[in-house]
Design a binder for this molecule. Structure first.
Ligand SMILES: [Zn+2]
Length: 545
């Protein structure tokens, strides 16, 4: 072969290669069991990513033949899912809870006091001592504590300890004094507990604002530190998008700037807290949207929580005769808020736990939604529903936004509150799913653990982390594995009005995905909580693992 012919052969090879040259991608994942969570719940093996979005899905052959990338991820045959989405949580509150005294699962109020003391000793010089997570249902006697011990140990430092559900707190005398709380003080939608003419320190629902509003604001650096810690924990659990159910403009602007600075990478769907300042600023401007932030909801509260007997029931509590709980605002407030939001692009998202609170909100929503629609107004928790009211969800296409771990945390005492008949309509996820054919899932963290695996276990098997009870709590209301995965991904995205961008792995969608070490579609019940996130990506960038 002479030189000329050799050159010619080289040219034709180069041309041939050029014809088959592969398109460049920023990342290729291959050799996976990729659950796309598309409409048919199909699986595939590989996909290519460019500019943070999925270019194409396919077999290993199809993707590796069509795309080249310096960044290739061999999934090693492991399951790949869309990044998990928590449809109801409190991201900012969770960040705060990581930097305050952790009182979760304390077995007595004395244990709470000891934990607070240990926290105070480890953090000398804190102007206010904050804690979260106590639950009197775990204490001997199950009644609310009083602040005598806190007053004794902390005579000059204000102490504020939130109940696990965020619907009650106990404050010491110093905090009550700084807030100007008086014995017997009355207010709408809240209780200042007073016994024998003295404050016990217990403030329920709206009464909490009296002391909360006095807690000094965090510095910008401290604020960022809390969100970054929350983000790291969420990514490690496979959560790539979370909702924050109730923020003010100041929080939203801090989050937006941390995201724009590239520091905060967590995607957030935000509900505005229902107050005149938020509404007058945001309603005329409309929903606020960036790649990482969607301010689209308005969060109202119909009632409190079942654990603190603040849930508003149609009939008295079984364990407190004559007491039905209460609505947090007068009924006309919900009507005027619904009327106001019906004329905007915001979703109304109302916390409703008791069957009475749910009925009030369902009726108001239906009045303004008028039949089937795509507004996706939500009822957060939808916890206790009267048997006659389930159909009201379907009638107005109202979205029940539920938290499976609430069922398995509350099951120990919810029956005592509600009685054998009424509890049948509580945590009735299957019945709620049947109303619209889809159901978003969340945790309400930090009220519950952030773990999506605990959500999966509670939704499918209706047991808690201890595996209790055998056979599950009201197992007829369990969801299938597929329904549960959808609830933690595409249905959560849909509740957040983000299903065109996230929630499934399909061409054109954001490349938010996770690799797990066990397959949730197959893992035995006993191993669900031993499932771990091997690695997580958000917008095609690795964020964990
Ligand atoms: Zn919540």
């Amino acid at each position: 072969m002479n030189r000329k012919r050799l050159f010619g052969a080289w040219i034709s090879c180069a041309l041939l290669f050029a014809c088959h040259s592969r398109q460049s991608a920023d990342l290729i994942l291959y050799n996976g069991v990729v659950y796309t969570v598309d409409s048919g719940f199909t699986t595939t093996a590989a996909f290519a990513v460019k500019d943070g979005k999925i270019l194409a899905m396919g077999s290993d052959r199809e993707i590796l033949d069509a795309y080249r990338s310096d960044s290739r991820v061999d999934a090693g045959g492991k399951p790949v899912y869309p990044g998990f989405i928590d449809a109801h949580s409190h991201f900012v509150g969770y960040g705060g809870s990581l930097f305050s005294a952790s009182l979760f699962a304390s077995a007595s109020f004395e244990e709470v006091v000891q934990r607070v003391k240990a926290f105070a000793d480890a953090h000398p010089g804190e102007a206010w001592i904050l804690g979260r997570g106590w639950d009197q249902n775990r204490f001997p006697g199950k009644s609310f504590p009083d602040n005598a011990r806190l007053n004794e140990l902390f005579p000059s430092t204000p102490v504020v300890l939130e109940r696990v559900d965020g619907h009650a707190l106990i404050a010491n005398a110093k905090a009550l004094e700084l807030a100007g709380v008086l014995p017997g003080q009355q207010l709408t939608g809240g209780t200042v507990e007073t016994k024998n003419g003295r404050l016990t320190g217990i403030l329920i629902d709206n009464a909490q604002r009296l002391v909360r509003s006095k807690i000094p604001e965090l510095s910008a650096a401290d604020y960022a530190q809390r969100l970054m810690a929350a983000q790291a924990n969420c990514f490690a659990q496979g959560l790539t998008t979370v909702a924050d159910c109730g923020l003010n403009r100041a929080d939203i602007e801090k989050i937006d700037s941390l995201q724009k600075a590239g520091q905060l990478k967590m995607r957030l769907y935000v509900m505005l807290s229902d107050n005149p300042q938020n509404l007058s600023y945001y309603l005329p401007r409309g929903p606020y949207k960036t790649d990482l932030l969607y301010v689209k909801g308005v969060k109202a509260y119909a009632d409190g929580a079942l654990g603190s007997r603040g849930a508003c029931l149609l009939q008295p509590y079984d364990d407190q005769p004559g007491w039905q709980g209460f609505l947090l605002s007068n009924p006309p407030h919900y009507d005027s808020l619904a009327r106001l939001l019906a004329g905007t692009d915001f979703q109304l998202c109302t916390h409703a736990i008791g069957d009475s609170a749910n009925r009030v909100i369902l009726e108001v929503y239906n009045k303004y939604l008028g039949g089937k629609n795509d507004r996706r107004w939500r009822i957060e928790h939808a916890q206790v529903i009267n048997e006659n009211d389930f159909e009201l969800f379907g009638k107005g296409s109202i979205v029940p936004s539920v938290q499976p771990t609430h069922a398995t945390s509350d099951m120990y005492w919810a029956g005592a509150r509600l009685g054998a008949m009424r509890i049948k309509g509580a945590y009735a996820f299957r019945q709620l799913l049947d109303q619209n054919g889809w159901l978003p899932l969340g945790t309400d963290f930090p009220v519950e653990d952030i773990s999506p695996f605990k959500t999966f276990l509670a939704a499918v098997f209706r047991v808690d982390a201890k595996g209790w009870p055998a056979g599950g709590f009201q197992p007829e209301n369990g969801l299938s594995r597929e329904q549960t995965i959808r609830g933690m991904t595409i249905w959560a995205a849909r509740a957040d009005m983000l299903e065109k961008e996230i929630g499934s792995l399909e061409a054109g969608k954001r490349a938010d995905f996770i690799i797990l070490d066990k397959d949730l579609m197959k893992v035995p019940q006993a191993e669900v909580l031993q499932t771990h996130v091997v690695a997580a990506w958000s917008g095609g960038k690795k964020v964990a693992g």
